[in-house]
Ligand binder design. Sequence first.
Ligand SMILES: Cc1cc2nc3c(=O)[nH]c(=O)nc-3n(C[C@H](O)[C@H](O)[C@H](O)COP(=O)(O)OP(=O)(O)OC[C@H]3O[C@@H](n4cnc5c(N)ncnc54)[C@H](O)[C@@H]3O)c2cc1C
Length: 332
Amino acid sequence: MSGQSESLLSVGIIGSGIAGLVTALTLKEKGYSVHLYEKTKQLGEGTCSWFAGGMIAPWCERDGADDVIRDRGIEALNWWQKHYDGLVKAGSLVLSAARDRSEIIHFGRCTQEYETLDETGLDRLEPDLSGRCREGLFYPQEAHIDPRLALPALEEGLKAVGGVVSRGVEVQAEDLKEDIIVDCRGLTARVDLPRLRGVRGEMIRIQTQDIHFRRPIRLLHPRQPVYVVPRGEGILMVGATSIETDCQAPVTVRSVYDLLEAAQRLHPALGEASIIEASVGVRPAFPDNIPDIEQHGRVIYVNGLYRHGFLLSPWCARKVVEQVQAQERAMA
Ligand SMILES: Cc1cc2nc3c(=O)[nH]c(=O)nc-3n(C[C@H](O)[C@H](O)[C@H](O)COP(=O)(O)OP(=O)(O)OC[C@H]3O[C@@H](n4cnc5c(N)ncnc54)[C@H](O)[C@@H]3O)c2cc1C
């Protein structure tokens, strides 16, 4: 907490995905009275954030994205360090098969802040990959979290500092009495933000006692890149597809096949792992895949977090605070 006295303005936040939770906590720390409204009763149901990899990877995400993703994402490492004990600061690793070496060269050219590792360096970091790759890129400053532990922890953290959370209430901004409303409804806000589109992301959780990874590993491939993120107890999250549709239907046979075939390329022993879940999240995205903050009257929309909700929510929340403070000064 900042120790500031309670502000005059009250803020209602709609949606307790990662955007809503980070915004609520950040506003509360600045002294605003905060009420978070969420339509689902149980954390996880229907929210995109539940299915994420939770990689806080500003440098790796520069591949295939604009510079602003990296520049706005770097502050997330400090935000998570300050707000969540479960941040795993083990870096990330990027690999390719020897025949796909051009992929890793290209990835290195697009990104920064990495060390190039040879076979010995890779063995030291991930002993279970011993002998499988000749070179890799290691991003030591990157980190990851498990969204299924982090989201409830943030919600509890918000309540602990006096934020109010109402679950099981589907609200519209015009129903709410707070001075300012922050709309963090994800794809549901498309009714008000027509530029928003859905990008389907399928993920699989597998469990094995044979392979232990310590950090997210991305395996580059010209057709089917894949990443695995360790969750503890032998669980690995395997992700993710990126399909231009807002279809929420269950994971397809083709996607399961592609993701698991790619995971087995990383290590054949993953073929013996048990599949414990296959799920879908639909990412909210604007045409340029960069998040945006728009204000319509007393409603501030935070949306379009696309593949970067955990990475970019702290930046978005800081911008919302600046906007609310400016409004407060104008009203004084
Ligand atoms: C497979 C996959 C992997 C990903 N991996 C990563 C990653 O590694 N790192 C990263 O940074 N990002 C990742 N992402 C992206 C990230 O998950 C999204 O950017 C993020 O979840 C978007 O969050 P949000 O809060 O905007 O939306 P959501 O998480 O969808 O939250 C919106 C919330 O609003 C609620 N709501 C809607 N309407 C109402 C209403 N009227 N009243 C009350 N509540 C309402 C919904 O129930 C929901 O809880 C991944 C996404 C997917 C699908």
